[in-house]
Ligand binder design. Structure first.
Ligand code: HEC
Ligand code: HEC
Length: 348
């Protein structure tokens, strides 16, 4: 308002009293201000943290030795643990009996085991998705949207999302149904710890994850306007795919309360999330649960909706929600939503 009135006053005085030398800049400023979008949308650069696109790296050598994890009866070599068509099942007691598509995938169709990336318990990792406790109707719709070319990543460098789409294209309806019912029948457990901070551990990127540097390379840096989500047990997650080791998300100081305001009131920019996602953001029928889920995943989805690369059957309901969100709003919203605690439930 203040700026507007200054410009108007300036125009008035310019037109009435001063030469055209002054008129030109003032008119230019006037048009510049009014041609800017009211609310700048998010950019891919601002959300770089959510993708953690990583350089290619040589895989760790398997020395053939057997390894176990705390509380597991299983012993596996590294190649067994990361077998794309039947990865280690460390804790069979933590989940229901897996259908074949989840346990081993279907190699001749190039479909990797769902449990390789999303884990047998469906808790998933920030670079993929948490698929546990999604309503089967929502889950099925997503794979159909991917198949139909209606759901992909706004960041074309996010290779694993494109792998995921290829799996959806090659899956049978029966495989989709079995995976949806399997993951949908289990509970979502606390998986992300949100920590507000100004300073974060130094990290490097590998396989779409931020991994803290260790030893001589360890250090700290300002967080800036980013969320840095990292495994609580880097080796357990990266090498052994430990499905009991979750993640810590460092978020900028103040992000949680700023996000709470947006999420609960809409704050003139968006719509209160509970209207559709349920009072506790725990999901409501075809509207998915978002409470306590990975902020990196949530941010990528908000950006995909905004960019129109996620435009499935039910995505239009998110149009008005994301239209005016800036990169900062996405940081605040996802910090808050990820910070909401998950009540412990009996597993699976
Ligand atoms: C190579 C790793 C990988 C494998 C294997 C994998 N996925 Fe995914 N999945 C992903 C990624 C990556 C995403 C999307 C993340 C993004 O774009 O932000 C995803 C997303 C999903 C979603 C969407 C979740 C949501 O909340 O909307 C579903 C459902 C899903 N996968 C099911 C499956 C099923 C079923 C299988 C087994 C056939 C499978 N995935 C195998 C990587 C994988
Ligand atoms: C008008 C109803 C509506 C409102 C309000 C709404 N959502 Fe959604 N949301 C949906 C629907 C429907 C979907 C599923 C879209 C699809 O299938 O593509 C969804 C999906 C999402 C997803 C993707 C989840 C996943 O598992 O992939 C995120 C993230 C999300 N919403 C965040 C929010 C946030 C944050 C707010 C509040 C600021 C919000 N939504 C408000 C209807 C809504």
């Amino acid at each position: 308002m203040y700026l507007c009135s200054v410009i108007k006053q300036k125009q008035f005085s310019t037109i009435s009293t001063l030469s055209s030398i002054l008129l030109i800049p003032s008119v230019t400023v006037f048009f510049f201000i009014f041609s800017m979008p009211l609310n700048a949308q998010a950019t891919i650069e601002e959300l770089d943290w959510a993708y953690a696109i990583s350089p290619a790296f040589p895989p760790e050598e398997d020395d053939g030795s057997l390894h176990s994890l705390p509380g597991s009866d299983g012993m596996f070599t590294l190649d067994e643990a990361r077998n794309r068509f039947g990865p280690a099942d460390w804790y069979p007691q933590d989940h229901l009996p897996m259908p074949p598509i989840v346990a081993v995938g279907r190699e001749e169709a190039g479909i990797m085991a769902c449990s390789l990336c999303h884990y047998a318990n469906g808790q998933g990792k920030p670079e993929n998705a948490s698929v546990v406790a999604l309503a089967p109707e929502y889950f099925i719709q997503q794979l159909h949207d991917m198949r139909a070319g209606l759901r992909s990543s706004a960041n074309t460098a996010k290779a694993n999302t494109f792998n995921m789409i290829a799996f959806a294209v090659n899956m049978t309806d029966e495989e989709i149904r079995q995976a949806a019912e399997y993951y949908g029948a289990m509970n979502w457990d606390q998986w992300i710890e949100v920590v507000e901070t100004d300073i974060v551990p130094l990290t490097f990127r590998r396989g779409g994850l931020h991994i803290p540097l260790e030893g001589d390379e360890a250090g700290e840096e300002p967080i800036g306007r980013r969320i840095i989500e990292m495994p609580v047990d880097p080796e357990g997650t990266e090498l052994w795919r430990n499905p009991r080791a979750g993640f810590r998300a460092y978020v900028p100081t103040g992000a949680v309360s700023a996000g709470e305001l947006l999420a609960t009131t809409g704050g003139d920019k968006t719509i209160a999330c509970a209207v559709c996602h349920g009072e506790e953001l725990q999901g409501l029928g075809l509207v998915p649960p978002i409470r306590g889920r990975s902020p990196s995943y949530l941010a990528r989805q908000l950006f995909d909706f905004q960019q129109g690369t996620r435009d499935g059957a039910w995505s239009p309901l998110m149009d008005a929600v994301v239209k005016n969100l800036s990169g900062d709003d996405i940081i605040n919203l996802t910090a808050y939503i990820a910070s909401l605690p998950i009540e412990p439930q009996d597993s699976p």
